[in-house]
Ligand binder design. Structure first.
Ligand SMILES: O=C(O)CCC(=O)C(=O)O
Length: 368
């Protein structure tokens, strides 16, 4: 084949991958295309094909019972939150008040969305990072060298009336069910973030931040990970941290989420009906590094499709995030530069975003 023919074939192949991994799987697949094969050092560790070496036990994250947070044990729960944010960057919440139907309906209607024909889903495909709805694949499909085994639907969600009319109109109940879910998740966030800020013991500063966050941004990210014929070669999502303040994650009953804990990847045990809560980059900045925005990634498997719904919350898009003055002084100077969304968007549009590169780029390196 001539070089120009080879270039044409490669371009055709790449176009195919741009349509997403669900489309690829729907058309029949017995092995993972090279585009999705990760370098050996980044792959999940397997002993033999399909057999994952798991850490001895899945990680049991600290559990926060929201009902207890609202009772006489509040100060004890706040201490548990502080320890979880310092040591894990993650915890799970139970008794959160969202009735089972709301989360189950959300997972079900999202499954139905990803089962729609490609032509229907692709109406929402755009490279415009500020679009109110964005369907896509991999992590950043215009920048990633190696693709990950994931398609996504991102919905801007707060204030809801501004974005709701742009959300997918098919399946017919998608908008209404997703709207109930987004609204209830936002309420859960408002409650959780008040507690998280209170656990930092910064008095009025915490109340001020909570008020600002109440009017802040919310992005609902639906992740779809189809079964993969060779899960040992690829990842559903590469190691990354979340850019917002706090993320609330709903998973179906299929495990896949791993977090970096004491320099090892450990799988999070999904507790049915619970939410996983994690510290984002903005909270790490706001807390001047006390609370950790921890790396996480997603593994896929050969038999079960997996759906997760992450709700990313932060300050309004026009705000500047900086270390709280209550957490800095001359002995403990700010560890991060003031950061706004424009800087973040510029950063992720210009390179392959992974690891904690963005947060690292905002660090101030003090000379002692
Ligand atoms: O699917 C998961 O469990 C995690 C998803 C995630 O990390 C994200 O959406 O940022």
């Amino acid at each position: 084949m001539s070089p120009s023919m080879i270039a044409l074939v490669v371009e055709e192949e790449n176009k195919k991958y741009q349509r997403g991994v669900k489309h690829l799987c729907d058309n029949g697949l017995t092995k993972v295309p090279t585009k999705y094969i990760w370098p050996e050092t980044d792959r999940p560790i397997f002993t033999k094909p399909d057999k994952l070496i798991k850490p001895k036990q899945n990680l049991k994250l600290p559990i926060i019972d929201i009902a207890e947070l609202l009772g006489p044990n509040r100060s004890h729960v706040l201490r548990t939150i502080a320890e979880a944010c310092e040591n894990y960057g993650f915890f799970q919440v139970v008794n959160h008040g969202m009735v089972g139907d709301v989360s189950r309906n959300m997972i079900e209607v999202c499954k139905k969305f990803f089962e729609l024909p490609y032509e229907e889903r692709s109406k929402y495909m755009t490279s415009d990072m500020s679009a109110p709805v964005r369907y896509g694949t991999s992590f950043n499909q215009s920048k990633d060298n190696v693709f990950c085994w994931r398609d996504f639907l991102k919905l801007s969600a707060h204030p809801l009336p501004d974005y709701f009319p742009y959300w997918p109109s098919s399946p017919s109940d998608f908008r209404s069910l997703a709207a109930i879910y987004a609204k209830e998740t936002k309420e859960m966030f408002d409650l959780m973030v008040k507690a998280i800020l209170e656990s930092l013991e910064i008095d009025g500063e915490g109340d001020k931040a909570a008020e600002e966050l109440k009017e802040g941004s919310q992005l609902v990210v639906v992740n779809c990970y189809p079964p993969c014929p060779q899960p040992e070669l690829t990842l559903g999502m590469p190691p990354h941290s979340d850019y917002g303040f706090v993320t609330l994650l709903l998973q179906d009953d299929v495990e896949g989420l791993q977090i970096m804990y004491r320099d090892e990847w450990v799988t999070v045990d999904p507790i049915p009906g619970s939410f996983v809560v994690n510290v984002g980059d903005h909270l790490e900045i706001f807390s001047n590094g006390r609370y950790k925005s921890v790396l996480h990634r997603v593994l896929v498997n050969s038999t079960k499709p997996r759906i997760s719904v992450a709700s990313l919350h932060s300050f309004p898009l026009t705000s500047v995030v900086k270390p709280s003055p209550k957490l800095t002084d001359k002995h403990n100077p700010p560890q991060y530069m003031d950061t706004d969304f424009a800087t973040f968007l510029q950063y992720i549009s210009s390179r392959e975003p992974k690891w904690k590169n963005f947060l690292e780029s905002r660090k101030i390196h003090h000379i002692r």
